[in-house]
Design a protein around this ligand. Structure first.
Ligand SMILES: [Zn+2]
Length: 111
């Protein structure tokens, strides 16, 4: 159901849907209370504060939610429903991944 690759996690759902989720995308879409202000869903987490080559320590699926442990001990929680919803805006995710993964030197200048 879930597979960890070099730069992404592959999530396979029962209905033959497969989602390729870059590590940075997963970190950026963390739904935990530290990364989101729950009332407004405003993002607290800033993507440039993590290394561009961040890799999860562990990834598991429990009750339709992906649980990820990162090297800095942060625990990410991402409901699978949220992934399906976000993946419908696929272009945005792909371009985000490219920007961060292939132009890491840009980050410091932009911010
Ligand atoms: Zn979080």
């Amino acid at each position: 159901m879930i597979e960890v690759n070099n730069e992404s996690v592959t999530l396979s759902l029962k209905s033959d849907q497969t989602y390729d989720l870059p590590f940075l995308w997963l970190r950026d879409n963390c739904q935990c209370d530290l990364c989101r202000i729950s009332e407004t869903e405003e993002k607290q987490f800033l993507l440039h504060t993590v290394p561009a080559d961040i890799r999860p320590e562990s990834v598991e699926v429990k009750e339709n939610t992906i649980h990820i442990v990162w090297p800095d001990a942060h625990n990410s929680i991402i409901p699978i429903d949220k992934i399906i919803e976000s993946k419908n805006k696929d272009i945005q995710i792909t371009s985000l991944g490219r920007k961060i993964l292939f132009q890491p030197s840009m980050i410091g200048k932009v911010f």
